[in-house]
Design a protein around this ligand. Structure first.
Ligand SMILES: O=P(O)(O)OP(=O)(O)OP(=O)(O)OC[C@H]1O[C@@H](n2cnc3c(O)ncnc32)[C@H](O)[C@@H]1O
Ligand SMILES: [Mg+2]
Length: 201
């Protein structure tokens, strides 16, 4: 089937995370020309919201304003039940030292927590603004249920992928191929909803 017509043919991906950018780009395929925000933006938006939705909107608006183009942002994170939903919207800056430090901190925080109580989920909110002042942004959310491992496994993906056990795959997220992760992740689910909203298949 040929790609249906989008209301625009170009959009800016409002993310500075290389792992996310690769996944979003792969999921969008050739349906639209995707430009990285680095082409337009010197300083990244400050994520001052108290929810994934608010932060996704802040990032998309910042990129739409800088580029004059439609913008798609992704705000995502990991919510761990035993930590009352932390690191949540603070996932990127949990240990203030990047992915490796975040994973060390998560292992430490969950030390001694038994297997059945290590449940967690990845959440992804995508926000699409047709232009910076768009009063009706399209917001789509995806959730991916799993468990936090005792030790890292696998080297694929990014962020908390080595610590996220995916029961439906019987593997850690970082042991999945890019194609496998992109078929089942929180980001994939949010993107599927976005495609439906835009009339893409
Ligand atoms: O804001 P942008 O520029 O998009 O990049 P970021 O890395 O700061 O992104 P977020 O603010 O949305 O923070 C999300 C963090 O949650 C984690 N995360 C989100 N999706 C993930 C995934 O698919 N696999 C592993 N970790 C993920 C990872 O640590 C991210 O840095
Ligand atoms: Mg961020």
């Amino acid at each position: 089937m040929s790609d249906p017509v989008l209301p625009f043919d170009k959009l800016v991906l409002a993310s500075g995370n290389a792992g996310k950018l690769a996944e979003l780009q792969a999921m969008l395929g050739s349906s639209v020309e995707v430009l990285p925000q680095s082409q337009f933006i010197k300083e990244e938006a400050e994520e001052t919201g108290s929810s994934f939705v608010e932060n996704a909107l802040i990032k998309a608006r910042h990129a739409a304003r800088a580029s004059g183009l439609p913008a798609l942002a992704d705000d995502s994170g990991l919510a761990v039940d035993a930590l009352d939903g932390a690191p949540g919207i603070h996932s990127a800056r949990y240990a203030f030292g990047g992915d490796a430090a975040n994973n060390v901190k998560l292992i430490d925080e969950l030390r001694g927590v038994e297997d059945g109580k290590r449940t967690a989920r990845f959440i992804c909110v995508l926000a699409l603004l047709r232009h910076a002042d768009d009063p009706t942004p399209i917001i789509c959310e995806g959730v991916w249920e799993g468990r936090i491992l005792l030790e890292p496994r696998g080297t694929n993906g990014f962020g908390y992928d080595p610590l996220f056990w995916v029961p439906e795959a019987g593997k850690a997220s970082a042991e999945l191929t890019a194609a496998e992760k992109n078929s089942m992740s929180h980001r994939a689910r949010a993107m599927q909803l976005l495609r439906e909203r835009l009339g893409l298949r």
